[in-house]
Write a protein of this length. Structure first.
Length: 134
């Protein structure tokens, strides 16, 4: 089954249609690569997907373990490299301070998040830096 259909709209933009939900995301080339930067760039989505996947896996883990996860906020910074142009580093600033986790609960939940599918997909190809507040 096809997950999505992506159409080029011109002017360095695409429209991404997710079939299962009907959701549409438009992308734009970033300003540092000849675009207007008026939408997420494809590489922005990769960095954002990492943090989103991590939070989702942590919530699943917490639900399965009976650990309350009331909140989780991730702020993502993507740093590009040249030659070849690629994501060189992703900095993920995570805030779980509203959960009142014990040190052990936090350690286990974060470990689960760091093993999310996007993290496994990117592997060692991108440097990931975490800043974590619990």
């Amino acid at each position: 089954m096809v997950t999505a259909e992506i159409k080029y709209l011109g002017n360095l933009r695409t429209e991404c249609h997710h079939f299962a939900s009907g959701t549409i995301i438009e992308t734009d080339a970033p300003t540092d690569n000849k675009g207007k930067g008026e939408r997420f760039s494809p590489t922005d989505l990769v960095a954002t997907a990492y943090a989103s996947c991590m939070l989702t896996i942590m919530a699943i883990y917490c639900n399965e373990q009976g650990i309350e996860m009331h909140m989780g906020i991730a702020r993502v910074q993507k740093i590009m490299e040249a030659n070849p142009r690629r994501i060189g580093k992703i900095i993920i600033d995570l805030d779980f301070s509203g959960n009142n986790w014990s040190e052990l609960e936090a350690e286990k939940a974060i470990r689960a998040g760091r093993a999310c599918p996007v993290a496994k997909t990117l592997g060692d190809n991108v440097e990931i830096e975490f800043i974590i507040k619990v």
